[in-house]
Ligand binder design. Sequence first.
Ligand SMILES: [Zn+2]
Length: 164
Amino acid sequence: MSESCCPTSDTEDQCAVAESAAKPQVCPTCGSDGPTVDPQTVAAMTRGHLAPKQNFWLCRQAECETVYHGGQGALFSIGDMHVVPGFKTPGAEGLVCYCFMHSRGEIEQELRANGETTVPQRITAEIKAGNCACEVRNPAGRCCLGEVNKAVAMIRDGLAEIVT
Ligand SMILES: [Zn+2]
């Protein structure tokens, strides 16, 4: 924290506002921008020593090693993660649901076998039963269903292209 940010102790609140209103930060490794992530999610998803509390952003670029980058310089890459995020693993083994461990390959298998997949319905049922913990299991810290539905659509399109 620089002196110019906190010239006197009674401006502490202004400091907090300034940080929470901080501009989206691009990934220092690849330069792409991504969503903010709760520090609790970063703490739950990464191995080893915790970084000091700071704003965190997620890098979703598949080619980039960096997963989380912080406003005060903290950096977590794929090797620091308990699970490899699906968006860093473009292949079939890439996870799309981290609470119930569904992968792209599983969705593709179901689509090939039945023309349909029950993965989104099964996740929805688990969510309704209160069994999910997205804030500590999903690297993005939020519900996976949007990403799962996108993955289903992409895999379905891919299979349709192979058939035609
Ligand atoms: Zn990056």
